[in-house]
Ligand binder design. Structure first.
Ligand code: PRP
Ligand code: URA
Length: 210
């Protein structure tokens, strides 16, 4: 099995992730930790953003100073749990555009059901970063990336918090052009498609719905 993903194993990320995994961590703390980790992940994911230069005047002299090149990027949240990563990303790139793909995973068939889609019209001209904390079977992520390509996205990355090896394998074979970033690669999926050891249901833990 070939596993194509960048694992962001910075000690701060790993420490915060351990706190998130703990079943006794309350929702408010869980959300705050997710926000903090997403900022750290974003820093790594955007490491290769292209730069150009512009002339500015410092108090000392004129210089050609580096600035980000191209159109502003787009963060795409895969609802609902993807929203937990958004604010931390926007803390780092406040001018980014935001898209949403609403999907939930049918608990029996584990297939994704789409209920919402809204992204910038010119997504094809921008780097689009799709985010969802959990990459389990990858059915949801794969469907979201397919939809984003259908509406024109050409330059995509996918960011998750936790991934199963099965999900990385499935997503990289369905979308070999999309680099995957994750904070941890866990052991396996259980019979219900949950990541083990994982952290449980990300949406429920964020919003206290179970
Ligand atoms: C969770 C998670 C992913 C999906 C991962 O969402 O946020 O979207 O499951 O599983 P997969 O890789 O097997 O598709 P869920 O369907 O629970 O919806 P929610 O975000 O609305 O809670
Ligand atoms: N969705 C989750 O929220 N958690 C898992 O472990 C798998 C899918």
């Amino acid at each position: 099995m070939s596993l194509e993903a960048t694992v962001v194993d910075h000690p701060l990320v790993q420490h915060k992730l351990t706190l998130m995994r703990d079943k006794n961590t309350p929702s408010a703390v869980f959300r705050q930790l997710l926000r903090e980790i997403s900022t750290l992940l974003t820093y790594e994911v955007l490491r290769d953003l292209p730069l150009t230069t512009k002339k500015i005047q410092t108090p000392m002299e004129e210089m050609d100073a580096p600035v980000l090149a191209g159109k502003k990027l787009v963060f795409v949240s895969i609802l609902r749990a993807g929203n937990g990563l958004l604010d931390g990303m926007l803390d780092l790139v406040p001018s980014a555009r935001v898209g949403h793909v609403g999907l939930y995973r049918d608990p029996v068939t584990l297939t994704p059901v789409e209920y919402y889609m809204k992204v910038p019209e010119d997504i094809g001209d921008r780097l689009a970063i799709a985010v969802d904390p959990m990459l389990a079977t990858a059915n949801s992520a794969s469907a979201a990336l397919t939809r984003l390509k259908e509406v024109g996205a050409k330059n995509l990355k996918f960011v998750s918090l936790l991934s199963a090896p099965e999900g990385i394998e499935a997503l990289s074979s369905a979308h070999p052009d999309v680099p995957i970033y994750t904070a941890a690669l866990d052991s396996h999926l259980n019979d219900h498609g949950y990541i083990v050891p994982g952290l449980g249901d990300a949406g429920d833990r964020m919003y206290g719905t179970k």
